[in-house]
Design a protein around this ligand. Structure first.
Ligand code: SAM
Length: 450
């Protein structure tokens, strides 16, 4: 449904971009209404099922709380999926192709389920594995190694990052001491203990910086950090880990050896040799977050990247976001398209021409690449799903240059073209469009079945 603009153009004080936003026909619009023709074509309805799917409550959950993460699942959401299908699958084998910090795999292990994952960001793979592979670490040994850290040999902050802008001088000196202490741990130290200490270090970096993630990394205007915060927060994190390991070793001891495998791999290309009962995942959202730039501080300090070029190389392999390199889009050769994608592309093209200028003029191709990337991922996984198995995806839809993009319905359509049945699409949350704040978007849970 289109609406007349809310504000007539009477003033010269607005920028061209603001004028486009103010005069957008999508002001006060709603994705549910714009979805109607697509839903009709698929022959389905969207079910309203509000639920807490986001990572934030995990700050109170053992293991999950070891690393702060913004774009992950809540443990309770993953558990609710396991419970929903507990009568259908006995000991299901689980996959999350977009592992992130490993919420799905940690929750699977807490249930004794074998799980797998792929993840392209080496830092996130490291975080997921440190959370998954340390369950039998001796808490006494961890404390002993931690207490013996030698802070006298410092190691300089990563040179490609602007660390003197990210941290106060005193905090930076203290971080360089902690990094020095970790890098100089004796060679015979248990690797998994080193990983836990590195994980603790990575998890405090943004907290002690002048930055915040909300969800993108940016400067926090009013943030005062005590110079000793790195030591205090490290101490708290290590003690939190010890507390959680004690719980795991008493209450979940039977699952300590449950197998998990996370591969540093591109989900668009990785050929799985295992079969799965449930794939539970959340891909990057189109137009959304850059999973490399957002974690560049931790990637640099933990030696997972040593230059901007290395960061860019990881980013360009990912499912596309609108921060992608122009050259990558210029060279994009699609494997997949459909009539919806082509219509959406030409509407975006038309609107960009009408506006005269847009932040990415190659946006129609970025949108196309997003669905092409998702097709590549899904077509690698679907053959590995057992009969009656499920592919569950959480995604958000988008509004781009006044064109509604029904990401959830398009992903369901791709699933259908690969032979899956669309079992249900649930609306879990209402979101606001980044550009037109009055336009309501949704976050959906798509359940597809083989
Ligand atoms: C929304 S996050 C997943 C969060 C995860 N469900 C959790 O709860 O921790 C998406 C993840 O996909 C990863 N990613 C993006 N493109 C990828 C690709 N082509 N192959 C593998 N991982 C990719 C990103 O690095 C990011 O960690």
């Amino acid at each position: 449904m289109q609406q007349d603009s809310l504000f007539p153009l009477t003033t010269k004080e607005y920028t061209a971009r603001q004028i486009n936003i103010i005069n957008s026909p999508k002001q006060s619009g709603h994705s549910d209404i714009d979805s109607e023709p697509y839903l009709k074509s698929l022959g389905i309805d969207i079910i309203n099922k509000r639920q807490p799917i986001q990572f934030s409550p995990n700050v109170n959950e053992a293991i999950h709380r070891w690393a702060p993460y913004v774009q992950g699942f809540s443990a309770s959401f993953v558990q609710s999926i396991f419970s929903q299908y507990s009568n259908e699958y006995k000991d299901p084998i689980i996959l999350d192709p977009f592992t992130g910090c490993g919420t799905v795999q940690v929750q699977a292990k807490l249930n004794g389920f074998i799980s797998y994952g792929t993840e392209l960001n080496p830092l996130l793979k490291f975080i997921a594995e440190a959370k998954l592979n340390s369950w039998d670490v001796s808490t006494k040994e961890l404390l002993k190694v931690y207490n013996k850290l030698d802070f006298s040999k410092t190691i300089n902050a990563p040179s490609f990052l602007k660390s003197d802008k990210h941290f106060s001088k005193e905090v930076l000196t203290n971080l360089e001491s902690i990094k020095g202490a970790i890098n100089n741990l004796p060679g015979k130290t248990n690797e998994r203990i080193i990983d836990l200490i590195k994980l603790a270090f990575s998890s405090i970096l943004v907290d002690v910086s002048k930055l915040k993630r909300s969800p993108c990394l940016g400067y926090a205007k009013t943030k005062k950090i005590d110079p000793h915060a790195p030591f205090v927060l490290m101490d708290q994190k290590i003690h939190q880990m010890i507390e959680d390991l004690k719980i795991i070793q008493t209450e979940y001891s039977e699952f300590i050896n449950t197998k998990t495998n996370i591969f540093l791999a591109n989900a668009m290309e990785y050929i799985h040799s295992n079969r799965f009962d449930m794939v539970i995942t959340s891909p990057p959202y189109m137009n959304g977050l850059d999973y490399v730039i957002n974690y560049k501080i931790e990637m640099g300090w933990l030696d997972f990247a040593s230059s901007q070029l290395e960061l860019k190389t990881v980013k360009d392999d990912m499912v596309v976001c609108d921060n992608v390199s122009k050259g990558l889009i210029r060279n994009f050769r699609p494997l997949y398209t459909n009539d919806w994608i082509e219509d959406i592309k030409s509407s975006i093209k038309k609107n960009i021409l009408k506006r005269g200028k847009y932040r990415r003029e190659d946006m129609p191709f970025i949108v196309h690449k997003y669905f092409d990337d998702m097709f590549r991922v899904m077509s690698k996984i679907v053959p590995q799903i057992n009969k009656k198995g499920r592919f569950i995806l959480v995604v958000g839809d988008s509004l781009i240059a006044d064109v509604y993009v029904p990401t959830d319905l398009l992903i369901a359509k791709i699933g259908k073209s690969l032979g899956l049945k669309i079992e249900k699409i649930e609306k879990a949350r209402i979101r606001r469009s980044g550009q037109i704040r009055s336009y309501k978007l949704r976050e959906s849970i798509i359940t597809l079945q083989k």
